[in-house]
Design a protein around this ligand. Sequence first.
Ligand code: ZN
Length: 273
Amino acid sequence: MSGFELKLDELRIEGASRAGDRTWFRVHPPGLAFDTGRGALALTGAEHVFLSHGHLDHALGLPFVLSNRTMQELAPTRVYCPAPMVDEIHDFVVAAARLERESYVYELAGLEPGDRVDVGRDLVVEAFAVEHGVPALGFHLLRRRKRLLAEHRGRPGPELAELRRRGVELEERGEEVWVTYCGDTGRSIFDREPRLFDAEVLLLECTFLAPADGDRAAEFGHLHLRDLERCAERFANRAIVLHHLTRRHSLDELRLAVTERLPGLAERVHLVP
Ligand SMILES: [Zn+2]
């Protein structure tokens, strides 16, 4: 499987995703991992690892990442997962380490919706609730930035310089949603977490396409393309990365469906091979 890469200004995202196979993304900066798939060498550099839920196509790779990082004597890995599954993840990692006669260097912490983790200079990850039938979270990567106050936007540079010289306050410190990763989720996410519509880059699962699969999507807590159609005009993102497609459809089928059914979004949609 060839990898996925998206570059947008200073942001770079790589990953791989298919339902029931593997899902992981690495986001640079700061180089963090959202999920671990079944393990990938590209995740070895990730000091911060955020697990969205315990399904093995997302979480099986965690011991593999910890093993590689420990072997290469990298900084202790900081692993975060939904709070209700901390014990299971702990047991899982301990069993893997025993199997290898190793002792992995890592810290594990459970997160509740709303919890925040500093992951770099001016970068914070915030967890939010999703709907998936098992303990599950989505994550926002937030960026703190200085920006011009609204009343000064559009002023020419020399005028701003003059104001600055006079000591006028020109900027405020704001926080923007840079990347949102929803993990696996049902459609209630669009009401629960409307900030996802404003993320610069949105990593959104889109598992099902066929009309017959509408009930299946609702039953298993996944998104169907028609769920995206229903709120198509709300997506203000610069890039929307659709992932976690069922293996019963090809990427070409998804591309065609997006072009036909989400014409206003198609130009901004990227697919993960
Ligand atoms: Zn899942």
